[in-house]
Design a protein around this ligand. Sequence first.
Ligand SMILES: [Fe+2]
Ligand SMILES: [Fe+2]
Length: 296
Amino acid sequence: MNVLGMEILSLNVNVFYALNEVNMFKILAMSDIHLNFDINNGVRRKFFNSIRKAKCPIIITGDIGDGRSLESNLKDLSEACNGFPVYFITGNHDYYHSSFERTDEIIHLSVKNFPNLVYLSESSPIRLDEETCLIGVDSWYDAKIIPEGTYLNMLMNDFRYIENLSLIKKSRQEVIKSFQKRASDALKDLKEILSEAVKKYKNIIITSHPLPFGCMEVVKGSDASPFYIWHEAGLFIADFSKNNPRNEFLWLCGHTHSRSEWHNENLNVYCLGSQYYFPRIDGIITDMRFEYETVK
Ligand SMILES: [Fe+2]
Ligand SMILES: [Fe+2]
């Protein structure tokens, strides 16, 4: 009887395990991989091999490369994922040495040539399972966390290397207006796609490049603060999650290169960490659970 009992138990565990495997999804998460840099060949190979070996989709929350490298970076990522989706949005660096328009063209061409590339900014909510979807927008910092007029003490490279934001061609006020418009357009897109997503899904994974909350910044109140935070998106999602208590929201971002977290009842926000010249998988999403990877 003992033997029979153990056999039944063992069978049940296997069936349960098999069901779980079918129902669960796993996605690798990374940000700010900056593949345009002159990365050591061994490090680059190791990074792409780790993606290849995982045999699952990946999410990248921006700063993949720059305007000159993005096409080949996306191609390499597509090939490493070998048929599994590469979900991505852009970060500020993806427009360097280029313009918003030219980077958009590169993305459109890449997505057409490599069908497993999924540009979240132009996608409807992506179904991950019956209850869960993934959305993302090409977001921007909005420099709204400190009183108007006192910011732009620090000059980001964005204002040198992105044509549309270049201080050579525009005044400071025009540059501020340009990126704030980009941030507010992105917020409109986010509101639209999120309201579509909650009609159908209980769990929503949201991706942005900048942080939604100032309190997540590791070096708080630095001169760079205005350029790290998409403040109005933070105000919005804090309200939205409160008004939709039956939904669960997982928000992934990057841009500061430092890991940080923020949580309330139904909203969990994680900033993915990164290091120049050492691209890495920084976390794993299993269902709605996010976990940072151990940095080796
Ligand atoms: Fe970055
Ligand atoms: Fe960035």
